[in-house]
Design a protein around this ligand. Structure first.
Ligand code: KIV
Length: 274
């Protein structure tokens, strides 16, 4: 008997097929209601571990746990139907060994229903990427500025502005691609290097602070919506929701304090006595 399964969402091969063609549209997403709003407009939603900083007020992504990722990924899956959802593997959940990475990534997929995971690191993570993809877990790579390394590096720094850095970063890109990743995020990377990597490797590159030369773009949704008062310099803001929310809350507070808050007479009118 042969059974054909038509997957409801955009698939990993469909994302791969964007290589050199129509750019991939990707945003981070952490909640059900925003997932619903994004679903028809993006190809890919990333439940990024940036949620630790954006949603939970952490200073870095190092404190994010697997349970936090799973909780937010479940919400994003409930809110969306179409886009491919990829979930970040948080710090400490995959670096130890390919087997540990598999166990935790399988948990993410089984408990959330998401299609793929993302993990940080180039050549050093190639064995793990191969181990996961060969066992049914699609992996998105992430090279360049890798925020989980913040304490080793002593901060966040754009990479590739000096040509002597290029060979190691190009080797990272090849390692991730050859290991079977279906796409790779290039974060905080000088444009000429991002262009070179995009030209050299077989899988789509998805840039964040790496210029429009990449095969797609990802931004932290709150940054592009104007919810972050100090967004990274490369972010174009498409709305100013932060000031809009503040103005709305101010107006609400004014209404409540001046007792001009609308009553409920029209919504729940008194019933006439029988
Ligand atoms: O965690 C995240 O949001 C990310 C993107 C910035 C690529 O990894």
């Amino acid at each position: 008997m042969s059974v054909q399964t038509q997957l409801a969402r955009i698939t990993v091969p469909q994302i791969r097929a964007h290589k050199g063609g129509q750019p991939i549209v990707c945003l981070t997403c952490y909640h059900a209601h925003t997932a619903k709003l994004l679903d028809q407009h993006v190809d890919l939603m990333l439940v990024g571990d940036s949620l630790g900083m954006v949603m939970h007020g952490l200073e870095t992504t190092v404190g994010v746990t697997l349970d936090m990722m799973i909780t937010h990924a479940k919400a994003v899956m409930r809110g969306s139907k179409r886009a491919l959802v990829t979930v970040d593997m948080p710090f400490g959940s995959y670096e130890e060994s390919p087997a540990v990475a598999f166990r935790n990534a399988a948990r993410v997929m089984q408990e959330t229903g998401a299609t793929a995971v993302k993990l940080e690191g180039g050549a050093r993570m190639a064995e793990t990427i191969a181990y996961l993809t060969q066992r049914g877990i699609p992996v998105m790579g992430h090279i360049g500025l890798t925020p989980q390394m913040v304490h080793v590096k002593g901060g966040f720094r754009t990479v590739g502005r000096e040509e002597n850095e290029w060979p190691a970063l190009i080797a990272d890109a090849h390692a991730v691609s050859d290991a079977g990743a279906f796409a790779v995020v290039l974060e905080g990377m000088a444009e000429p290097l991002a262009a070179r990597i995009t030209q050299l490797i077989a899988i789509p590159t998805i840039g964040i602070g790496a210029s429009s030369v990449c095969d797609g773009q990802v931004l932290v949704m709150e940054d592009m919506l104007g919810l972050n008062p100090n967004p990274p310099k490369f972010v174009r803001q498409y709305a100013q929701l932060g000031p809009a929310i503040e103005a709305a809350v101010e107006a609400y507070a004014r209404d409540v304090r001046s007792r001009t808050f609308p009553g409920v007479e029209n919504v729940y009118p008194m019933k006439k006595a029988q």
